[in-house]
Design a protein around this ligand. Structure first.
Ligand SMILES: Nc1nc2c(ncn2[C@@H]2O[C@H](COP(=O)(O)OP(=O)(O)OP(=O)(O)O)[C@@H](O)[C@H]2O)c(=O)[nH]1
Ligand SMILES: [Mg+2]
Length: 391
């Protein structure tokens, strides 16, 4: 499956940059293309300059609202970003359309954080615009939810998140939710953490996108998972998971024989990777709430067989009994066995509901801050009468 990835705001652009890097890896390692176009859209010119893999021309790094913001961002006010995106949506679509390889993509993936201003305000507008202009290309959205401490300290966090979720949810073909807080590792500085978090966010896409694009027979699975399967699964609120098992040395090509014990360890490794994927989901949720699910098993060919693929399907069925389950295998090189899981069409997402529940209080706080600022400004303007003015 090939994606046109468009990042909005700083977080979205950095993750789109990570997708561009993933495409480079797919080209190098597997000789295939998975992201024929990666784009960054921002109101902040400095953030656009900080990217490394997205091409640096104006058609791939798209500055919007330049006249209104002077290239300095919208300072978390997502209503302003939405206005700017409405005014500049033609500019964005024209830039993307004009790029050489855009037409190869099967679907759009739009990415932004929900807590900032630019990303959370512009992503709903462009989701709608792209849905209207490209009836045959699904528009998927990946939204990054804020860290716990941001919810407590910044009044705009809940306001922006709730308005963004409400605006995107009903119009996107699927909304993939990623919770920053789930990726926090205490022993890193925030800068390193963010880069590492972004790599973890895109990791589940690698095998998933590559599997259907393979051209070499030895890399085509007995049960091939292609773009159609993924598109049939992605719908509504969605989470992703990715689990990995290190394979024993026996998997090296010169050690081919194995006994029944090693065979049972093969199943164990598969279950272990599936457990890893489920416990590391991009957002905490109950798998029982999903109506559509998918998993992809990727490992060297001799580490997989249809019995293992089927066992894992049964295992996922136990976890998500109501879901229609699609699955496939992807024989590839390397010393690991990985399982990628998508749980989609979730009918209940506690975290989304908690943002909606907190909204009235966030709205109240936002008003208080605005009134406070207006009051303070007025007090400053009401200078004592005996001070002379110069104009
Ligand atoms: N995972 C991840 N989160 C990020 C990254 N950069 C920022 N964030 C999170 O995104 C939110 C802030 O949004 P940004 O994307 O920086 O804001 P923006 O869309 O550029 O909007 P403004 O700067 O307000 O115009 C916070 O919750 C940050 O923790 C990133 O590279 N990766
Ligand atoms: Mg910004």
């Amino acid at each position: 499956m090939k994606l046109a990835v468009i990042g909005f705001g700083q977080c979205g652009s950095r993750i789109a940059d990570e997708f561009a890097r993933l495409n480079g890896r797919a080209r190098r390692e597997r000789g295939i293309e998975i992201v024929p176009g990666a784009f960054a859209v921002n109101t902040d010119v400095a953030d656009l300059s900080g990217l490394s893999c997205i091409r640096s021309d104006y058609q791939h790094r798209i500055l919007i609202g330049g006249r209104k913001t002077g290239g300095h961002g919208v300072g978390k006010i997502n209503e302003v970003a939405a206005e700017i995106a409405k005014a500049d949506s033609d500019k964005i679509v024209d830039a993307i359309r004009a790029t050489r390889r855009f037409y190869e993509s099967d679907a759009f993936l739009l990415v932004a954080s929900t807590a900032g201003g630019t990303g959370s305000g512009s992503i709903p507008v462009l989701t709608q615009t792209l849905k209207q202009r490209y009836a045959d290309k699904p528009v998927y959205v990946l939204l990054v939810l804020p860290f716990g401490h941001e919810e407590q300290t910044e009044a705009r966090t809940i306001y922006n998140t709730a308005t963004c979720l409400k605006s995107v949810g009903p119009i996107a073909d699927a909304t993939i939710l990623v919770d920053n807080q789930r990726y926090v590792k205490k022993d890193h500085s925030l800068k390193n953490n963010i880069t590492e978090i972004n790599q973890l966010i895109v990791a589940p896409f690698y095998d998933l996108l590559c599997a259907g694009e393979e051209k070499k027979v030895k890399h085509i699975g007995a049960r091939l998972l292609d773009a159609g399967d993924t598109m049939q699964t992605l719908s509504g609120w969605t989470v992703l998971g990715y689990g990995k098992s290190q394979l024993p040395l026996i998997s090296l090509p010169f050690m081919r024989t194995r006994n029944f014990r090693e065979k049972s360890s093969e199943i164990h490794k598969g279950i272990q990777a599936m457990d890893g994927a489920i416990s590391e989901l991009s957002l905490e949720c109950n798998p029982q709430d999903s109506n559509k699910a998918l998993y992809l098993l990727a490992a060297p060919a001799k580490e997989m067989n249809m019995a293992l693929v089927k066992d894992l399907a049964d295992y996922l069925k136990d976890l998500a009994p109501k879901a229609i389950i699609r699955y496939g295998d992807y024989p590839r090189g390397g010393g690991t066995l990985t399982v990628t899981v998508i749980l989609s069409q979730l009918k209940n997402v506690a975290k989304v509901k908690s943002y909606y529940d907190q909204f009235p209080e966030a709205m109240h706080k936002k008003r208080m801050i605005e009134e406070d600022m207006e009051g303070g400004l007025k007090e400053l303007l009401d200078a004592p009468i005996d001070i002379p003015t110069l104009v």
